[in-house]
Design a protein around this ligand. Structure first.
Ligand code: X8Z
Ligand code: ZN
Length: 613
């Protein structure tokens, strides 16, 4: 569960350690004399304050986490009720602690204490103001939003279909009329969220302002060991590094879609139709690899077909992921992981199917929760989730506040970095393929990878650009949807397959919006995982192209990784980055280097095309 989701209201417990809550009821806290100490604050008093908050937060967070876990596994009226209750209390306690940090603002504190104070203040994903009833109203809203998403269905062929079913149709379908129907159908789950969302933003902004921030956007951007405006500039800088590659890929993919579907469905001078790229949100496109495959590069490695052919179960996929981490010298997952995880979608009740990784006791009660499908995408997702779990377990020895990622992008990057080592050679080593394709298939391999990793970048960035705009009041409820599509078109060169209905709230059809999971973390992760990969391959003394490098079985790299993971958030993130990669900056040059041969290929392919949108 994610420490950044202190307004547990958020409920989107995707990663990370515990939460910063006080235990006990609010009344008890107010009654405690030491919370309002007299006289000048001292460093000793600040230390005692932090120790108390951490102890009480740790205790409360386990109760909260177990409540959220039960709800996410079993969504009912009653578990929603419980979550609303716990969220309310959690928000009140977190906001109270955050407010109390103000007493120590002018003190010259040691760096670690200063960072704990900042985490207490800025780390609340959705603060409520201290006004009577605000936290409860906020919790009611966030629970409703989350449940509307996770239980949403659309009648396809007269049968109610959930997101798993609808996603399958979008991922692998090729009939544009069906794709359009399913795409629109899933978006019928979100109009009901719009009013709640707008009210939620009002409440949370008030909460942010009480804590001294201009708005929630500033607060979200204040979790990166630098001022919020500098962090926002960092995002622009990183996007500037990778945008030229994205634009080449977009151009090539649009041409492939045009060749498949014709001008009437996908014109060559229009943005890409969002329902055609094999993903419900057009965020990753590898399911249409065959439509854009480079000539002569072979058909790529169809991992989905291989897994099915080998009779892999969902559990086999997770065991395979675990074996990778073990090959780096890491301890096996505890028995309780296997007893308590949810790996297969329940058949008889609603669960939050979006994949997540949890640590229920902030020590070693680690688990995943995902409605796994046996396919290539989920094979990657399994590694992604396990990356969270190994990180959680590695930093369990830190002070409670530091039991989280160096920043949230680190947390998202670990498993993906490992999955970059799922190379043909690795697949051969574990017996999933017989022969390793030769260098003539390299452009195909890179194309396949880019359809996930490069295609994702603008989406990874614009999700929170939309939210920052909303939090700042630049995007108002009347403009929610229009502003969403404006960003989608501007950065992704993607558009809806048809005009959107007046009541559409399309951002709400993406998990992280109704569940209030910040998304910048994924953009950062997609840049940083290549920095990790490049550094690891250098450590391993790898001589070939980066996309052929696998660190499978390399315990030396594993030990260096473990050392960074164990740091948690105890040091500013540049220190953690340096510990593993030797550099202190996030940098897009590793992802550019990885895809350099593809860039050259795309520029040649696109030479006679009119790129842009
Ligand atoms: O939400 C996730 C993970 C859980 S932290 C499955 N991801 C983002 C998404 O699905 O939109 C991973 C990639 C981006
Ligand atoms: Zn994740």
């Amino acid at each position: 569960m994610d420490k950044l989701l202190m307004g547990v209201a958020a409920g989107a417990l995707l990663a990370g350690g515990g939460m910063y809550f006080f235990g006990g009821s609010q009344t008890e806290m107010i009654d405690q004399p030491e919370t309002i100490a007299a006289g000048e604050p001292t460093v000793e008093e600040a230390g005692a304050f932090l120790a108390r908050v951490e102890a009480e937060s740790e205790e409360f967070s386990e109760f909260a986490a177990r409540t959220f876990w039960v709800n996410a596994n079993f969504i009912t009226y009653d578990t929603d009720w419980l979550v609303t209750r716990v969220s309310t209390e959690a928000t009140i306690l977190a906001v109270e602690a955050a407010g109390q940090t103000a007493r120590f603002n002018d003190l010259d504190l040691p760096l670690d204490m200063e960072r704990k104070m900042t985490a207490l203040r800025a780390g609340i994903t959705l603060p409520a103001p201290t006004t009577d009833g605000a936290a409860a109203e906020l919790a009611g809203i966030t629970t409703r939003l989350a449940t509307a998403y996770s239980t949403g269905t659309y009648a396809f062929d007269d049968e109610p279909a959930d997101l798993q079913v609808l996603s399958d149709l979008i991922d692998f379908g090729r009939d544009p009329a069906v794709l359009q129907d399913v795409w629109n159908g899933w978006r019928t789950v979100s109009p009901v969220m719009a009013d709640d969302y707008a009210r939620m933003v009002e409440i949370a902004n008030e909460g942010a302002q009480e804590l001294g921030y201009d708005d929630l956007a500033e607060m979200w951007l204040s979790n990166y060991d630098m001022p919020a405006d500098e962090m926002e500039a960092e995002v622009e800088r990183l996007w500037g590094q990778v945008a030229p590659l994205y634009e080449q890929l977009q151009c090539h993919v649009r041409a492939g879609l045009n060749a498949e579907y014709g001008d009437d469905v996908q014109a060559l001078d229009a943005p890409i139709r969002a329902d055609l790229v094999g993903n419900m949100w057009a965020q990753q496109w590898s399911n249409i690899y065959d439509l854009v495959a480079p000539e002569g590069a072979g058909s790529g490695i169809d991992l989905t077909a291989i897994l099915i052919d080998r009779g892999f179960t969902e559990h086999d996929m997770v065991r395979t992921g675990e074996a990778f981490f073990s090959s780096l010298g890491m301890e096996p997952l505890p028995e309780t992981f296997w007893e308590r995880s949810l790996i297969v979608q329940p058949v008889d009740h609603s669960a939050a199917c979006h994949a997540s990784a949890w640590n229920l006791n902030n020590i070693d009660d680690i688990r995943i929760k995902m409605c796994t499908d046996v396919n290539a995408e989920d094979f990657n997702t399994v590694h992604h989730e396990l990356g969270h779990n190994y990180y959680q377990r590695a930093y369990a020895g830190q002070d409670f506040t530091f039991r989280t990622g160096a920043h949230d992008g680190f947390h998202e990057a670990i498993g993906d970095f490992i999955a970059l080592s799922i190379t043909p050679e690795y697949l051969q080593q574990i017996g999933l393929i017989d022969d390793v394709p030769d260098a003539s298939s390299d452009i195909g391999l890179l194309m396949q990878q880019s359809l996930d990793k490069i295609a994702f970048l603008p989406f990874g960035m614009l999700m929170d650009q939309w939210r920052w705009g909303v939090f700042r009041g630049d995007i108002t409820p009347e403009n929610y949807n229009e502003a969403w599509w404006e960003l989608r078109t501007r950065y992704q060169g993607v558009e809806a397959p048809n005009d959107r209905p007046a009541d559409a709230f399309d951002p709400g059809a993406k998990y992280h919006i109704p569940n209030n999971t910040p998304y910048l973390r994924y953009f950062l992760s997609y840049v940083m995982q290549f920095q990790f990969h490049q550094a690891a391959c250098e450590m391993a003394d790898w001589q070939g192209p980066l996309h052929r490098c696998s660190i499978y079985g390399n315990e030396e790299v594993g030990a260096r990784l473990q050392a960074m993971l164990e740091m948690g958030a105890s040091q500013p993130w540049p220190d953690a980055l340096e510990a593993f990669t030797g550099t202190r900056e996030m940098d897009g040059s590793a992802i550019i280097a990885y895809f350099q041969p593809l860039m050259t290929y795309l520029e040649e392919e696109n030479a006679d095309r009119q790129c842009g949108w």
